[in-house]
Design a protein around this ligand. Sequence first.
Ligand code: HEM
Length: 426
Amino acid sequence: MSAHVAPGAPVPDVFDPRQYGQGVPHDRYRHLRDHHPVAWQEEPEVLGWPAGPGFWAVTRHEDVVRVLKDSATYSSYLGATQIRDPDPADLPFIRRMMLNQDPPHHRRLRVLVSRAFTPKRVDRFAEVVRERARSLLTGAVAEARSGDGTCDLVARVTDDYALLNLTDLLGVPDTDRALLLHWTRRVIGYQDPDEAGTPSLGPDGAPVDPRSPSSLRDMFDYAHALAAHKRRHPADDVLTALATDPELTAPELEMFFFLLVVAGNDTVRSAAPGGLHLLAENPEAYGRLRDGEAGFMGAVDELLRRHPPVLTFRRTAREDTLLADTRIRAGDKVVVFHASANHDERVFPTPFTLNLTRTPNPHVSFGDGPHVCLGAHFARLQLRVLYEEACHVLPASLEPAGSPGRLVSNFINGLKSLPVRVGGAW
Ligand code: HEM
């Protein structure tokens, strides 16, 4: 946790992505919830990225839910959904993505993807997902046993697990899987030099936004080539369903592909090690899960509450409005903080306790309102199976073997490494 914040202190900064490399700034969030529930944040230049106009940080659960549900006032379309303002020239392009639309237009795209993404299709992957979890975890344990008893669960298990499950569901051939990892690292990890490498610079010397059309051309070309292949060789996967849907236009298909690749990979890639880390840190909870005293479904949600993969989403006020007695002007950026809402004492008793049987558990890790996560069923399935197999395959004693490596990002709560020590009886 971050350093303690004194009650009368100025409004703490929760924007700077570098602090998230050290951990989620829960003390700062708490101070904001208690004293400035809708707090103005400066957006200075950071890591070579230009300064922005600033935004409102919304940290209480009640207000976060309100913003997410009220899409008439808090728009996903006007300025899209990331804190950083897109280049105005790129905005029309970015707005083609369903994530960056408002009802009623959003509805049409949502219905189209939902048709390709049915729970029935997702459930058909359960056995493949289980087999993958088992073999990755078994490999990690073998490595730990043949060495010093430790292994990195991100490198050995969770990165591959998230990526391969997604590529199976989408129908991306094995040979092209590395491409997907490359794209999501570029788009999501752009604030972290370890992930994205050195950013390419535009003619003005500023880094090129990884979400601009020019940066995404290779991914879109690939989506088209794959869609053409699926039309010739249909299979039981999401890309075939999208490619053969007569109502879907070619630009819509490109955008879906982009959205599913980034939304479906990095989130599970964060949730899976985040959950395992919490279990390693909480041996009592891990024991109760292994003994069957706590159910896996509830555990998935509690682990997601404590480690939400998404840290922020942005909206733009369509009109002047009031939120928690704070006047917000039309055009202001309004950013919700999921990890803060999930630890709001007003809603969750003892929010920092990992209580795998917590009920109710109205966490907002999957968002709320019209954009609530479309992949939640697939994500929950993957996480449940991973924890079930972890309880079978990993030994009784699972301990952190050092601090996890954290992603430098104010968007994704990513873990880049998770060293653990595995030992004891099975
Ligand atoms: C634990 C894993 C996941 C978490 C925590 C998560 C979180 C979220 C959140 C918070 C949103 C709402 C965005 C907003 O408010 O603007 C969202 C939307 C979305 N998610 Fe997920 N997600 C996860 C996994 C997935 C997976 C596996 C997929 C697909 C394969 C997926 C696909 C989507 C899509 C398509 C949307 C956009 C929905 C819309 O705009 O209507 N997500 N997700």
